[in-house]
Design a protein around this ligand. Structure first.
Ligand code: AMP
Length: 214
């Protein structure tokens, strides 16, 4: 299927809360709140101690990508001290780097979390592993890919963790779904999302609708 270029701002509005709950398989005010209230191990709590708004990029292009995105959102919503505040529409995007592979489905989730950036990344890597993710080679096809895009306005530059995610500013499949959730977002060190989105306007990407479980 040919990809249609979607201009920044021309995508669908963010899905309603009910869609998030359907994707997470939980009723509002039950499992998600219980997870957010669950005790966070002291070493995993962010230094601020406060809840932070973080954005996670999700991608999949093997197996049943829509189901895997849903499963990942469910798993993220069950992390201690964490709740999923919003999920973008799902976008179909052409592969980057290694081109001989299926198109990707991508979305972005907004979280409120008390986990530190490193604890959150570790949890995301564990969810990837539970989802069957392997790392054959750079830009290989994958069952599920989770990236920590933003963590409040924090800049992290550590050996195994860079925030903002180092490649997010050049990727339409990150910027367009993120713009649904936070159009006024300013990426620390890179600039306003609206300006960054202009720079990726030539990338093939198509909004295919809300994240829905079968
Ligand atoms: P990837 O193969 O793209 O999923 O890369 C995963 C690796 O990138 C992990 O081992 C992380 O340590 C590292 N990494 C560094 N910064 C980030 C980030 N912001 N989000 C996700 N992975 C990151």
């Amino acid at each position: 299927m040919a990809l249609r270029l979607v201009k920044p701002g021309a995508h669908r509005p963010a899905p309603e809360r009910a869609v998030i709950d359907a994707a997470a398989g939980v009723a509002a005010g039950t499992a998600a709140e219980a997870a957010a209230d669950a005790v966070v191990e002291p070493q995993d709590v962010d230094v601020d101690g406060r809840s932070q708004r973080a954005y996670i990029g999700l991608g999949a292009n093997l197996g049943d990508p829509m189901a895997q995105l849903c499963n990942a959102v469910v798993a993220i919503g069950r992390l201690p001290g964490t709740c999923v505040a919003a999920v973008s529409s799902v976008y179909r995007s052409a592969p980057v780097g290694y081109l001989d592979q299926p198109d990707f489905l991508n979305a972005v989730a907004a979280l409120d979390t008390r986990l530190s950036p490193q604890a959150l990344l570790d949890a995301l890597l564990a969810i990837e592993q539970d989802g069957g993710r392997t790392r054959a080679f750079r830009n290989a096809p994958r069952l599920i890919d989770l990236d920590l895009l933003l963590y409040g306005e924090r800049v992290v530059d550590e050996e195994h963790l860079t925030v903002p995610h180092p490649r997010m500013s050049g990727r339409a499949f990150v910027l367009l779904p993120l713009a649904e959730l936070d159009p006024a977002c300013v990426v620390p060190g890179a600039g306003p999302l609206s300006t960054l989105a202009e720079g990726v306007s030539g990338q093939a990407i198509e909004c295919i609708g809300p994240l829905v479980a079968d």
